[in-house]
Each structure stands twice: as C-alpha cells, then as structure tokens.
Design a binder for this molecule. Structure first.
Ligand SMILES: [Zn+2]
Length: 267
C-alpha cells in the first residue's frame, strides 16, 4: 500500500513535469521498445519516469539530450539477456553474467532495464533513474565516464535519489541516513580507495555486497555535493573529455581524488 501511494504521487509529479516540458529538452531522438510481457502499470510508470528525468536534467542542470537514446523495458531475465546479446553484441556467456548480476545497463546511448524482475514500483523507478544518469554521464564525458569506479556508480545512485526526492518521493536526508544506517549494520565496509577502479568496485561487490559498495560510493558523492553542489558533478564528467581523471576531479572539487579517498569515512 505504501509503495502504491508513493508511486501514484510520483507519477502525478512526473506527469506534471512532463506537461510543462520545454521543447529543447528533446533535441535528440528517443526510441522506446517494450517487451510484450511488461505490465501496463510498469510501462506507464517507466515512460513517465523517462520523461521526468529528461525534464529534470534540462531544468535543474540545463543539460539537454544531445545524443539519441534507445531504451528497452524487458519483462524477465531471459528477454533481458537476449536484449544484451542483440543490442551490445555480447556473447551468450557475457550476456548471462550481466543479466544475472544486474537489473539495468547503459552503453553508449543504449539502455536496457529488466523492469519485470524488479520488485516494487519504487525500485523500478530507482533503477531506471540510475541508468538514465549513466546515459548523461556518458553523454557529457563522451563515454569516458567510467574512469573512477565509485564516482561512476555513486553519482548514479546519489542523483537517482535526488531526482526521486525532488519529485516528492523521499527527502535527501532520508536517503543519506538510510544508507548510513545500513552500513552501520554490516560487518565490513570497503575503503573508498579500493573502489577507485571499476574492477575494484566490482570485486568489492562480491566481497561486501552490491548494496554496501554502492551506498559507500553514493555517500562519498554526497559529501562532494555538500561541499561543491550538484553542478560540480557535471564539471567533473565534462572535464573527463579532455583531462585525466585526477585533473578532472581536481577541477571540479578543488582537491585530489587520492587525498579525498584516504580521508573519506561514510559515517
Ligand atoms: Zn550503475
């Protein structure tokens, strides 16, 4: 019941945003493909969320869509895996691994979300927003967005939370304290230094669990946002076009990534 009411409140907020959409928000083409097995409610919510996120980036950060975006809502793991093979040219075993360990993926403007296998309206929205943030990271950095593992995933989670909070689902303090509470309950939390590379981040997901690893990354990003504001995140991703990750980080946040990683504690 709680999720449903949240969902309806959010949906109306997103539709309101959508109705007042600025025309320049859609400078690029968007293709949406929906599997037959996706429930109508989930599809309607997904469509509204996609438009809501476009509008959010345009209005709040002045960032429009500059590259075409192809989105697939899959209804189950089998179709999700097939889409990964078809759209990314992945082998069967690669697609199986990705489909088993993720609920959404984004590569160079192609975004696939396993909507049918995500429990709950709220989680569906979160995953969709997370993957759309990856799309904007890729667009702004010309696909050089993955240089720092924890910045890549932490920004996607922190901004997904911020978007949902802005349209009225939860407040930012709710997210932050929820992530901190979850981390306090577990035995071990990865150091931020160990999440520096994407490989490091992936191996931490195996050791500590994806939830703990992503929450640690998101809390690090929120710390940066509290210092420099959300626009600094895009200063960083844009700078990656022409700079090393270290220089891009310094330009955006005025400190060295290595120093920040050493000093950061999630709570
Ligand atoms: Zn991600």
């Amino acid at each position: 019941m709680k999720t449903k009411s949240l969902f309806l409140a959010l949906l109306s907020c997103l539709f309101l945003l959508n109705l007042s959409l600025a025309p320049q928000a859609h400078g690029a083409r968007v293709y949406l493909v929906v599997d037959h097995g996706v429930e109508q409610d989930a599809e309607a919510q997904g469509r509204a969320a996609v438009n809501g996120v476009f509008d959010f980036f345009q209005r709040i950060y002045g960032i429009g869509l500059q590259r075409d975006l192809r989105i697939k809502f899959s209804c189950d793991k089998l179709n999700y895996k097939k889409a990964i093979q078809d759209w990314y040219g992945a082998s069967e075993s690669q697609a199986h691994l990705t489909a088993s360990s993720s609920l959404g993926v984004q590569r160079q403007g192609d975004l696939i979300v396993n909507l049918g296998d995500i429990n709950g309206d709220y989680q569906q929205l979160f995953v969709l927003c997370h993957e759309l943030v990856h799309f904007y990271q890729a667009q702004e950095s010309l696909d050089k967005h993955g240089a720092l593992g924890w910045m890549l995933e932490g920004t996607a989670d922190a901004l997904a939370a911020h978007i949902l909070e802005t349209v009225g689902v939860k407040n930012a303090r709710g997210y932050k304290s929820c992530w901190i509470e979850n981390l306090k309950k577990v035995r071990g939390v990865p150091s931020l230094e160990s999440l520096h590379t994407r490989q490091g981040l992936m191996s931490a997901c195996y050791t500590y669990g994806g939830r703990v690893t992503y929450a640690t990354s998101a809390l690090a990003v929120i710390t940066l946002v509290e210092w420099r504001g959300y626009p600094a995140l895009f200063t960083y991703f844009r700078a990656l076009k022409n700079c090393s990750p270290e220089d891009a980080f310094y330009q955006a946040f005025g400190t060295r990534a290595g120093d920040f990683e050493k000093q950061f504690r999630p709570f």
